[in-house]
Design a protein around this ligand. Structure first.
Ligand SMILES: [Zn+2]
Ligand SMILES: [Zn+2]
Length: 136
């Protein structure tokens, strides 16, 4: 019985990450599913996110261990991390495709995947920044 409850929680957590484009942290997932599952604890969300990423169903991204962002998209694609609001955005992957297949990369190491991250100011924060300058 307990097993069934766990899998239902895990399913809800998986759906929350997959349906979000915000690359949510455990806390964000917790907030999102609490409406449906009021009794679910933050610890449960943390544990299940770890299991789901170990299973390859979601992808762990940036942040320290306690504040990791998770991605519902498991294909290789670049991200933009906003240095102002710390939101993680998906970036178009045309540029990555232009880099060519990994086996053409000359190295003695074995490469599993590419992880490209851009850092900058997101569209939303740029708009707010412009406004601040205009007002002063
Ligand atoms: Zn931002
Ligand atoms: Zn992403």
């Amino acid at each position: 019985m307990a097993e069934q409850r766990y899998s239902r929680q895990r399913q809800a957590i998986l759906e929350a990450v997959k349906s979000s484009h915000a690359h949510p942290t455990a806390e964000m997932v917790h907030q999102a599913i609490r409406a449906k599952m009021p009794s679910i604890s933050l610890g449960t969300v943390y544990r299940n996110l770890k299991v789901l990423s170990a299973n390859g169903e979601i992808k762990p991204l940036y942040g320290d261990a306690n504040n990791l962002h998770y991605d519902g998209r498991c294909d290789d694609h670049p991200h933009l991390v906003c240095t102002h609001c710390h939101q993680v955005y998906d970036m178009p992957d045309e540029w990555v495709k232009r880099l060519g297949p990994l086996d053409e990369v000359s190295t003695r190491h074995e490469i599993d995947f590419v992880d490209i991250t851009f850092y900058g100011v997101c569209e939303h924060c740029r708009t707010n920044k412009t406004k601040e300058v205009e007002f002063s």
